[in-house]
Design a protein around this ligand. Structure first.
Ligand SMILES: [Zn+2]
Length: 162
């Protein structure tokens, strides 16, 4: 069965028409078998979808954005526990690699930009170092072609540890 919202053209009475199929509807319509139950008019057509609006018990209303709870619009998607565990493990793995790499690297603190540049130009022997650089310093180093990379995870500077 299929149900259509119909509307008589002279008076715009709305009513539901039940048919075996779309073809059945088309056939009945072609033969003039569908008439308005209220006024008997044979001039009937499918009502626009908006016909639902204002009809008691069958209202299709779109919620106004303002009526949607704010958290429903801004809450980040929640990962399933399994995915959260995997993500956590991945972060720990990367952090471990970073910690291992930094063991063989020398902390130069705020002298990083100066040392990195000196190594790049061959003024001092290349040596793995890590330290602090301001965004401006980092940008300048990259523009000069100095091979630097940001440290992914925050580390405690030896200067600050004690
Ligand atoms: Zn009618």
């Amino acid at each position: 069965m299929i149900v259509f919202d119909l509307e008589c053209q002279p008076s715009r009475h709305r009513f539901e028409g039940w048919f075996a199929s779309s073809d059945d509807y088309a056939s009945q319509m072609a033969r003039g078998l569908i008439t308005c139950p209220e006024c008997g008019a044979p001039d009937v057509a499918k009502a626009p979808m908006a016909a639902h609006v204002g009809r008691k018990g069958n209202q299709q209303t779109i919620p106004h954005p303002a009526s949607v709870p704010q958290h429903a619009m801004t809450a980040p998607p929640t990962l399933p526990p399994e995915a959260q565990a995997k993500l956590h493990a991945a972060f720990e793995a990367i952090a471990a690699v970073q910690a291992e790499a930094l063991k063989s690297s020398r902390w130069v603190g705020k002298g990083f930009a100066e040392d990195a540049r000196a190594m790049h130009y061959g003024d001092i022997a290349p040596d793995p170092i890590h330290g602090q650089a301001s965004p401006e310093e980092a940008k300048a180093l990259i523009e000069e072609g100095v091979d630097i990379a940001p440290i992914l995870f925050p580390i405690a500077s030896p200067d600050e540890v004690n």
